[in-house]
Structure formats: structure tokens, C-alpha cells
Design a protein around this ligand. Structure first.
Ligand code: PLP
Length: 422
């Protein structure tokens, strides 16, 4: 990761960023599916290799030097994440398998708050990973699932959201940034409104952490979840941040090795404190190490520069796409850009757009983005989603927009009529 001091003209990021990502030289064209997963810089790959070649051992168990080293490395990764999120203490950072796992952990752990006469409030834009755990919980406990509407600009409607709160709503779950539209919710306001009504708030930050510095204490979120692989870290790792007293009260969804002080046939089980109590089994230590390296990498680039770069690309993409009479950008991602632009092309199924862009070497996501209820509300079959990372350029946007000239209706969907992208 050696960058020259020279700044690239379009952004404040150091020149040479693309060289940090070995996979880029193998790709046929722009990779614009970063909201699904981002590529990994060499420094992350090296950190993972270094862990396995110098420290590999189980954590929190072995009374030998290597076991202690591995434990230290793991706990250092936790401390790094704590610092990056502005959490009060490392114990507030629970390593999970990803956002989905983190949300499920909270939903399972807060089951006791719901029941008949109670309701959980979600927003109308939620990814299935922050919808289904709550929907199932409501169904299983006899509680109601309330859905706060999204306004015409693509954000949760604060007034309507507030009107749905009340003493019967102990729980709220909402996204920080929409994975479909890239729009940013006024999370601080929504959290404050929920707290005024006595509800706990779980924030899905999967699409926020890659693009903006998140301070969980400033947001005052009770729980905040994100995935490493969308923030240039490895797959299979994520974070559940929770306020310490609330984590202490969570019922562990899984129990097993690493969670107990002692187990004896005739005595009650004594569990260890969080975070270990919520991390049953051997954790993904290399994943945590890779995530910490990814966050360091972003700090090295400069969080402000990363954000400015992502914002500029979104604004440029909206500008270029809007020049085309056959394209409609959905929502208003340019107002507070967060790395995502979703659009539709007149008369062409989004799968057809995606399939034909792929044939031209361009990777975008097309379909309903794991948020079919939101797409239903938007009255759309799906969208084409271009999502940006630090290695994308204006030239990538130009290539994308130019490639739309060659896109024809019913080419790809006719060939693959049964294919469904979720
Ligand atoms: C907003 C949002 N929430 C949750 C998820 C699920 O993340 P993961 O599959 O890493 O658990 C995603 C992934 O696309 C997402 O965009």
C-alpha cells in the first residue's frame, strides 16, 4: 500500500489506490457491485495471511504462547473496531458472521420484549436481513409488525415513523442507508424519537460503514450491525455493536464452547460476560483481523477523502444517467450520496440491462436487492444498481453510461426466462 502524495484530479484520494486491489487487473471492466461486496486491498489479504502464518491458534482457551498471541491479536482487532465506531468499551463489540447474523442475534436475544399487544416497528426500505428476523419474531410471539413508510425522496418519513411509536412498541429496526437507493435515513432523529417513546433501536449499518465514519454514541443507537466484506474486509465476519448494559441482557442465541465459566451436571451453568458470552464456538479470528486491517486501510486513505470520492461518483453518475432520456434514477441519492445509484431503463427489464452490461464486462446488481417488499411499494420490477468503491473512477461511470446504448429489451430475460435474482 504505497501511495504517492499526488492527488488524483477527480477526488482527494491518493493516486495509486487501484494498485492496492490485486483482483482489479483480472476484471474485464468496471466492477460496480460494491454494495453486494467490495474487493479486498492487499493489506487486508496480507493481514489474514500473516495471522495464519504467525499467530494461528484457538483464542481464549490455550495456555500456551501461540494461544495467547492469537487471543491478543483477536482482542486488538476488537479494540480497533471499538475505536472506529466510537464505542465506549471493547466489550460492546461482538464479532458475528455478518450483518444478517448480527440482526438475528439481537432479534433472538430480545424475544422477551414482544408478545400479543406489542409491536416491532421496521421501515419500508429494509433488506430482508433486517426484515425477516423481526417479521418472524412478530409472527412467533403474536406481536404486530409495523412498517414506517418511505417518502418520495427515498428516506424514512420521520413524521409517519414517529406516529407509529407508542408504549406498545418496545423495538425499532431500521437501515442507516438504503441498499436499494443509497439514500440516507435521518438516523439520529429517528433514534431520538424512538427513545422518547421508550423503544430500543437496532440500526442496520451494512451500507453506511463503507462510505461514512459512523459514531455509534453520537447516533445513540442501542445496537448497530454491519458486515466486514462490504467495507473491504473478508466475508464471513461482521459486527454487532450494542450498549454494554443491553448486551448483558441479551439471551445468547447459541450456547457452547467459550461462553461458560464452568459446567457441572448438578449446578446451574455460569456464563462468562459479553462479548464472549455471545460468541459461542471458535470465532473467525482471521476475519476480525482482516476487518481491523480494512478499517485501518480506510483511515489511511482518509475517511473524509473516501466519503468525498464516493459522493462525487454518485453525483457524477446521477448527472450522466440523467442526460439519457431513457433512464430514470430512483430516489434522490445525489442529495446525501452514499455510494449507490439505482435506476431503470425505459422499456427494458432490469435483468436485461444487467445481463447485457455483464456481456460488456460491467458488473452491476439488478433485481430487487433482497428487498422485494420495498420494490413492490416503489411499483418496480427491480432496478439496476451501480455501487461505488474507492477504486472506481469517473471513467467507470462513463463506460457504464455508454454501454447502455447497446442495451436492448428482452434479450437476456428471453434466454433465461426462469432466472430470478433476489
Ligand atoms: C442494508 C443491508 N443489510 C443487510 C445485508 C446483509 O449483509 P450480509 O449478507 O453481509 O449479512 C445487506 C447486504 O447486502 C445490506 O445491504
Amino acid at each position: 500500500m504505497t501511495h504517492t502524495a499526488q492527488e488524483s484530479p477527480a477526488t482527494a484520494l491518493p493516486a495509486g489506490v487501484r494498485d492496492d486491489f490485486p483482483i482489479l487487473t483480472t476484471l474485464p471492466g468496471p466492477y460496480l457491485d460494491n454494495a453486494a461486496t467490495a474487493h479486498k486491498p492487499r493489506t487486508v489479504l496480507d493481514a489474514i495471511t500473516r495471522y495464519y502464518t504467525t499467530a494461528n491458534s484457538n483464542v481464549g482457551r490455550g495456555y500456551h504462547a501461540l494461544g495467547r498471541r492469537s487471543t491478543d491479536v483477536y482482542e486488538q482487532a476488537r479494540a480497533d473496531v471499538q475505536e472506529a465506531l466510537g464505542a465506549a468499551q471493547p466489550e460492546e463489540v461482538v464479532f458475528t458472521a455478518g450483518t444478517t447474523d448480527a440482526v438475528n442475534t439481537v432479534a433472538d436475544g430480545l424475544r422477551h420484549l414482544l408478545g400479543p399487544g406489542k409491536a416491532v416497528l421496521v421501515s419500508g426500505m429494509e433488506h430482508n436481513s433486517n426484515l425477516l428476523p423481526w417479521r418472524r419474531l412478530a409472527e412467533e410471539t403474536g406481536a404486530q409488525l409495523r412498517v414506517a413508510p418511505v417518502d418520495a425522496r427515498g428516506r424514512v418519513d420521520t413524521e409517519a415513523f414517529t406516529a407509529l411509536l407508542g408504549p406498545e412498541v418496545p423495538l425499532v429496526a431500521l437501515s442507516h442507508v438504503s441498499n436499494v437507493l443509497g439514500t440516507v435515513n435521518p438516523v439520529e432523529q429517528l433514534v431520538a424519537a424512538a427513545h422518547r417513546h421508550g423503544a430500543l433501536v437496532v440500526v442496520d449499518g451494512a451500507q453506511a460503514v463503507p462510505h461514512r465514519a459512523v459514531d455509534v454514541r453520537a447516533l445513540d443507537a442501542d445496537f448497530y450491525c454491519f458486515s466486514a466484506h462490504k467495507v473491504y474486509g473478508p466475508m464471513g465476519t461482521g459486527v454487532l455493536y450494542g450498549k454494554r448494559d443491553l448486551l448483558d441482557e441479551l439471551r445468547p442465541p447459541r450456547v457452547g464452547g467459550g461462553t461458560v465459566k464452568g459446567v457441572h451436571a448438578t449446578e446451574p451453568v455460569r456464563y462468562v460476560p459479553v462479548p464472549a458470552r455471545l460468541e459461542a464456538g471458535t470465532p473467525n479470528v482471521a476475519g476480525a483481523v482482516g476487518l481491523a486491517a480494512a478499517l485501518r486501510y480506510l483511515d489511511g486513505l482518509g475517511r473524509d477523502a473516501v466519503r468525498a470520492h464516493d459522493e462525487q461518483l454518485v453525483r457524477y453518475a446521477v448527472h450522466r444517467l440523467s442526460e439519457r432520456p431513457d433512464v430514470r434514477v430512483i430516489g434522490a441519492p445525489e442529495e446525501d450520496p452514499s455510494g449507490i445509484v439505482s435506476f431503470v431503463v425505459d422499456g427494458v427489464h432490469p435483468y436485461d440491462v444487467g445481463g447485457q452490461l455483464d456481456e460488456q464486462g460491467i458488473a452491476v446488481r439488478c433485481g430487487v436487492h433482497c428487498a422485494s417488499t420495498f420494490l413492490d411499494d416503489l411499483g418496480l420490477l427491480g432496478t439496476v444498481r451501480a455501487s461505488f468503491a474507492v477504486y472506481n473512477t469517473r471513467a467507470d461511470v462513463d463506460t457504464l453510461v455508454g454501454a447502455l446504448d447497446a442495451v436492448r429489451p428482452d434479450v437476456w430475460t428471453n434466454e433465461h426466462p426462469t432466472t430470478r435474482f433476489l
